[in-house]
Design a binder for this molecule. Structure first.
Ligand SMILES: Cc1cc2nc3c(=O)[nH]c(=O)nc-3n(C[C@H](O)[C@H](O)[C@H](O)COP(=O)(O)OP(=O)(O)OC[C@H]3O[C@@H](n4cnc5c(N)ncnc54)[C@H](O)[C@@H]3O)c2cc1C
Length: 478
């Protein structure tokens, strides 16, 4: 096992600069090999894997230890993530229900696509219990945990992240803690992302329209007929640019919520939830156990996930699946890869962005390329009217197998059936059919681009190519 004995922490002692302004500095702690900001799914997996390699890891979270893992979430996760990552699958109290697939309902409720297959099997979780297990695994592997502590910004010296500034929750005294590597897995707070994007030239912006704002409740309800299928309802008037969901947690408890795209003038998701979702028959006489709001980034991952001494993991790097917002799996993939690449960099005593670059390429291969393809699909779907969705689903323009393939990251060759072609030929929806085909081509194009992830010096022209595809998708007329 590698020991960090020959490494000097001296250069990490931060020279207090004018940037500190009026803040009081409590002390400067001696360093860790790794500081992980946020002990959610991404951070706990990253911390566990760094500690497993023998590094000295500090995990910092703003929540109290017993609340870490609790968050507004649909609580659904695919089985394949655990198989692929070698992480113990959820068991016992972590699991609320087994999932075999997803039913997707058209806005007029006339069509239901049942998508099932190995890639869609999974679990509905008891999120807190699951989160606590990931945290306990990390602590059990030797990570130190500093809970109830808010990281406010990265400590930066000579263009490198060399630690974090933080304070106890509810207090103002600042503390500085140094480390050789910082992993930012602070979720949508994305504590270091502003700094990362600025050193990359501030060309990439996270747009509101690429975020979903959601409201979710856990409710006790009457008997759920078929609890092994998640239900997704598309309706641009109720959940514009998003969907509402009904995810059974066994036969009598359901995770039910609604998300809308944060585009100009978006409606309040809670108001629409209460007005349109709670009135559904299955929820009549149901009782609320708890409710919360939350944000999900639903776009391709950041073009680069690294800077000197810094790796971004999970929602802070916009990693959730752009179509359904599932981000537990991608955050765990990223946590594991970040620890693998970061450990190699620590072992070679050099943690600049070039030394961490393999994390970019490995993540884009593992999940980023698929997410970029699905981002194009998301942009297309958000343009669809209810009429498009009703026609498209009723005529099987997109079939169950297409959705399954796209969700697994395979090339999307739309299996548009003969009947559908006949229905649409010569009528006003022909342009919709053309746009659907064009969208499938753009999906394949952007995926190929992400698979050919560039070397550092080619990043800028590669990002231009990404931007061009995204602009074409955004300006596509249906
Ligand atoms: C309503 C909703 C429904 C969702 N449904 C699903 C679903 O069904 N399936 C799925 O896979 N994904 C779902 N997601 C997305 C999923 O929850 C996230 O993608 C996933 O949790 C990301 O993990 P993470 O580790 O990046 O961040 P998080 O799990 O959000 O963890 C971030 C951690 O950082 C801590 N933190 C934040 N800021 C600071 C700070 N400044 N200092 C210290 N600590 C900090 C937080 O306390 C938290 O513990 C949903 C999200 C929402 C909002």
């Amino acid at each position: 096992m590698w020991q960090p004995s020959n490494f000097s922490y001296a250069h990490h002692f931060y020279i207090k600069s004018a940037r500190l302004g009026q803040k009081r500095v409590l002390n400067v702690s001696t360093g860790y090999d790794v500081i992980v900001i946020g002990a959610g799914s991404g951070g706990s997996v990253a911390a566990y894997n760094f500690a497993k390699k023998g590094f000295k890891v500090l995990l910092i979270d703003r929540s109290s230890r017993d609340r870490i893992g609790e968050k507004a979430c649909g609580e659904a996760v695919g089985k394949h993530h655990f198989e692929n990552l070698g992480i113990r699958p959820p068991a016992g109290d972590e699991v609320a229900g087994q999932v075999l697939g997803i039913d997707i309902f058209s806005p007029d409720l006339a069509t239901v696509l049942r998508v099932k297959g190995e890639g869609l099997e999974g679990y509905t979780l008891n999120r807190l219990v699951f989160g606590q297990r990931l945290l306990n695994d990390a602590v059990g592997m030797g990570c130190e945990l500093l809970d109830q502590t808010v990281v406010t910004e990265p400590m930066v010296h000579n263009d490198s992240v060399v630690g974090v500034r933080c304070r106890r929750t509810g207090k103002t005294k600042m503390q500085e803690i140094s480390s050789r590597i910082v992993v930012d897995s602070s979720g949508v707070s994305a504590v270091t992302r502003g700094w990362l994007l600025s050193v990359q030239g501030a060309r990439e912006r996270i747009l509101d329209e690429d975020m979903e704002i959601c409201y979710v409740e856990i409710r006790r309800t009457k008997h759920i007929e078929d609890p092994s299928y998640l239900q997704i309802y598309l309706d641009q008037s109720i959940s514009p640019g998003g969907y509402h969901w009904f995810f059974p947690k066994g036969r009598n408890i359901v995770n039910v919520g609604l998300g809308v795209q944060m585009s100009k003038g978006f409606p309040n998701p809670r108001a629409n939830f209460e007005k349109y979702v709670l009135s559904r028959d299955i929820l009549k006489d149901s009782t609320k156990m708890r409710g919360a709001g939350g944000l999900v980034p639903t776009r391709r991952p950041l073009c680069s996930l690294v800077a000197n001494g810094l790796l971004l993991v999970g929602d802070s790097a916009c990693m959730p699946n752009p179509i359904h917002g599932g981000g537990i799996g991608p955050s765990m993939i990223a946590g594991k890869l970040a620890a693998e690449v970061g450990s190699r960099a620590l072992e070679s005593n050099s943690v600049c962005s070039e030394d961490l670059w393999d994390y970019n390429a490995e993540y884009m291969h593992a999940y980023g390329a698929k997410a970029a393809g699905l981002d194009i699909f998301r942009i297309f779907l958000q343009k669809c009217t209810n009429e498009h969705l009703n026609y498209g689903l009723a005529n099987r323009l997109i079939q169950e197998e297409d959705i399954l393939k796209a969700s697994m990251g395979e090339e999307l060759r739309l299996s548009i059936g003969e009947t559908a072609q006949r229905v649409f030929r010569g009528i006003s929806h022909l342009s919709f059919l053309r746009a659907l085909r064009k969208m499938a081509c753009e999906m394949n194009r952007i995926r190929a681009l992400y698979r050919a992830y560039p070397q550092p010096r080619e990043l800028s022209s590669w990002a231009d190519d990404v931007d061009n595809i995204i602009s074409r998708a955004k300006s596509m007329k249906l």
